[in-house]
Write a protein that binds this ligand. Sequence first.
Ligand code: C5P
Length: 224
Amino acid sequence: MKKSKIFIACDTTNISKIKKIIKDTKSTKIKIGYKFGLEFLNSINGQNFVSKLRKKIIFADLKIHDIPNTCASTVKAIKYLNANYLTIHISSGLQALKAAKKNSGKTKLVGVTILTSLDNKGLKEIGFSRKLKELVLHQAKLANKAKLDAIVCSAQEVSIVRKVFKKEIITPGIRLNKNSHDQKRILTPKKAFENGSNALVIGRPVTQGNIKNNMKKLIDHLIK
Ligand code: C5P
């Protein structure tokens, strides 16, 4: 199980809460990384805090989504964070992905497919006519073409993505029970790893309530 990696989504603007999340999710049984997203990285102290973290696996979930030039310069601008992972929406387009990859250096550039908060109905609403799984497969091919280092998709699509993308597959939308919050494509941690996820992203199921207890439940579930 040590090989399995879990990124804890640190979604808050509160530095003390972030420190508590980091402290209470430490584990000897599983590799833990920390994911900082739009909420924390846009807060006044967020970027400063992350840039000073040492000896942690840092996942900067900026979900860059823009024209090629802006994507590429954003990747350059964010270098000071020394993130191990950085996300970009695959829907930014192949040219943008390639331009960003040129500048990403040691940071793993992660392509985000269709958000796990969307289902087929949600996709239709925003004007996409292809079925979700088809679209995720299509985007995985693009990520491969752009030589991205990793992909984010739901754990339900790992076997499809794996056919065309051989590198790291990271899956959010992880739930231990039926409370899916705003997520639409969910799976349990165990099933996600069984499907072939290389790393999971878990936020609220761990960070809401008693963090230490939640971590224990998560690890027990994975060991069983
Ligand atoms: O709290 P929860 O476990 O739903 O958190 C999931 C995290 O993963 C959030 O920080 C969210 O921004 C991120 N994420 C996601 N779906 C994606 C990409 C990222 O839920 N497709």
